[in-house]
Design a protein around this ligand. Sequence first.
Ligand SMILES: [Zn+2]
Length: 128
Amino acid sequence: MFSFIAGIEKIGGNGAKAYQCASCGGLITHSDQLLAVEGKNRHFHVNPAGVECDFHTFLSCPGAIAAGEATEDHTWFPGYGWRMAFCKTCGQHLGWHYEALSTIRHPRRFWGILVPNVRAVYETTPTK
Ligand SMILES: [Zn+2]
């Protein structure tokens, strides 16, 4: 088990954590999916409605689904359109899914998941 945790730390840098939906407890993603976008994996923005948005960026979120049409309106990541992201299990809004508008952008897509909308749970046993 120790080697498993050590392996994750090399990737995530802050220990192995599972991120669960704060509403239903469903597994959303894992700390090994944290992705640095514009140099960091935690972002803070205020949306046009004045709501403070504190979120992590992940490469993959198996427990989330993106819905609706992609839009560039008020995007916080130039070159990326976004759609709303919801919990696959209960439908709770979790954040956004970003997709590159041109093929030269990297990463091509990622997720922005609001910190208050998930619970970070330290893992004690391997999940894979
Ligand atoms: Zn949920």
